[in-house]
Every structure is written in structure tokens, then in C-alpha cells.
Design a protein around this ligand. Structure first.
Ligand code: PRP
Ligand code: URA
Length: 208
């Protein structure tokens, strides 16, 4: 699939298996999600722009590098919060923004309730994180919103994607790369990803 990277790594596959397992309690779920998020972002950011920078080792000057661009992580609330800690362990200097969106249970349409986007996002590399890409409504709405603010460089990182969600993002935002751990079979009639892992927000926060 153009623009879609499914990260193929035994550790990603193992973490995802534990996350799918309904017997995994919230605390383990949160830790695993944080760890797998690091691995997914590591892959998603492999082509970050860098510039050379001289470094003083204790013995001599040598060539080093810096990231050319600021990094901004945008977490789609609530479940994107479960990926933020892993992202910040990977990129401690990143700034973090939040977009509050919930999916109406009947219409499956995203409803916005909160926004806090760092002003630096306009010129930064911006990574939108949300574990689940189901119908794609939430991801498309978040990407729409960020583009309205003038954000130019966007990537979307999720854990599990449905074919329907990928198609929706590809249609509306074809230049935004999608990185995920798995593309699952389908959406069911309630808009859940099958086989999926259930409601990611509920599993992170123990609210079901
Ligand atoms: C979940 C998930 C995504 C959205 C995906 O959030 O975290 O944001 O659903 O579905 P979509 O692709 O069909 O839009 P939810 O609306 O359940 O809110 P929550 O994170 O607060 O639980
Ligand atoms: N949101 C979730 O948390 N899980 C799904 O399967 C679909 C949307």
C-alpha cells in the first residue's frame, strides 16, 4: 500500500499480541503500548532531516549531528495519550499537543472537545498518534485541523489500522505517511476493528 508502512519486527509483533489479548490488565497494557510506540516512532522517523554539528569528545573534536527540525507529537485524546510517553522517551525534546476527539457511538463521526497545539507545529515535523485507525474519521479530522493551522509536515502513527481507515486518510491526505504495527481484516457493524484489541481508551484507562 502506497504511503503505508507496517512495521515488520518480532518485538513489535510480540508487543501487539500481548495488547490484543483480553487478559492483559490495564497496567501491562499501558507499559506495552508505551514500548511499542517507541518502536513504531523509531521507524516512522527514520528519514528525519539532520545537520552536521561539531562535538567535543573528552579527547578531540569530531563530527556529530543535530535534528534540523523541531518535533511535535499530537496525541488524539484519549487513547493517543497512551503513546505519548513512549514518543517522549524516544524524543525527549519533542513538544506535545492534544486534540480531544471522541467518536459518536451512533454516527461514528468524530466530535471535537479540546485543542492545544503548540504554535511551533507550523514549521515542525508533526507526528499525530492514536492507537486505532478505524473508520478514519478521527484521524482525518485531526489532520484537517492541523492543516487549517498551517502545519505542513505531518505523519500519522497508529497501532492497528482497518483497511477502511487507511483508505479514508489516503483519500483526504494522500501525502501523509501512515505507520502502524498491523492492518487488520475489517470493521464490524459497530465500527470496531476486527480482530483488533477492543476499545483502546478503555483498555488504557480501565474504564470499560
Ligand atoms: C478511538 C480511537 C480513535 C478513534 C478511531 O477513540 O482512539 O481516536 O476511536 O476511530 P475512527 O477511526 O472511526 O475515528 P474514541 O472515540 O473511542 O475515544 P477515546 O480515545 O476517548 O476512548
Ligand atoms: N476505537 C477503538 O478504540 N477500537 C476500535 O476497534 C475502533 C475504534
Amino acid at each position: 500500500m502506497t504511503g503505508v508502512t507496517v512495521v515488520d519486527h518480532p518485538l513489535v509483533a510480540r508487543h501487539l499480541s500481548v495488547l490484543r489479548d483480553k487478559a492483559t490488565p490495564s497496567g501491562d497494557f499501558r507499559r506495552r503500548l508505551s514500548d511499542i510506540s517507541m518502536l513504531l516512532l523509531f521507524e516512522a522517523l527514520h528519514d528525519l532531516r539532520v545537520r552536521e554539528d561539531a562535538i567535543e569528545t573528552p579527547l578531540e573534536t569530531t563530527g556529530g549531528m543535530r535534528l534540523s527540525d523541531e518535533i511535535v507529537i499530537i496525541a488524539i485524546l484519549r487513547a493517543g495519550l497512551g503513546m505519548t510517553d513512549g514518543a517522549l522517551r524516544l524524543i525527549p525534546e519533542a513538544r506535545v499537543g492534544h486534540l480531544g476527539l471522541y467518536r459518536d457511538e451512533e454516527s461514528l463521526q468524530p466530535v471535537g472537545y479540546y485543542e492545544s497545539v503548540p504554535r511551533h507545529a507550523t514549521d515542525a515535523e508533526v507526528i499525530v498518534v492514536d492507537p486505532m485507525l478505524a473508520t478514519g474519521g478521527s484521524a482525518v479530522s485531526a489532520l484537517d485541523r492541523l492543516k487549517e493551522d498551517g502545519v505542513g509536515r505531518l505523519r500519522f502513527v497508529c497501532l492497528v489500522a482497518a483497511p477502511e481507515g487507511i483508505a479514508a486518510v489516503r483519500e483526504r491526505h494522500p501525502e501523509v505517511p501512515i505507520v502502524c504495527a498491523a492492518v487488520d481484516r475489517e470493521l464490524d457493524e459497530r465500527g470496531y476493528i476486527r480482530p483488533g484489541l477492543g476499545d483502546a481508551g478503555d483498555r488504557i484507562f480501565g474504564t470499560d
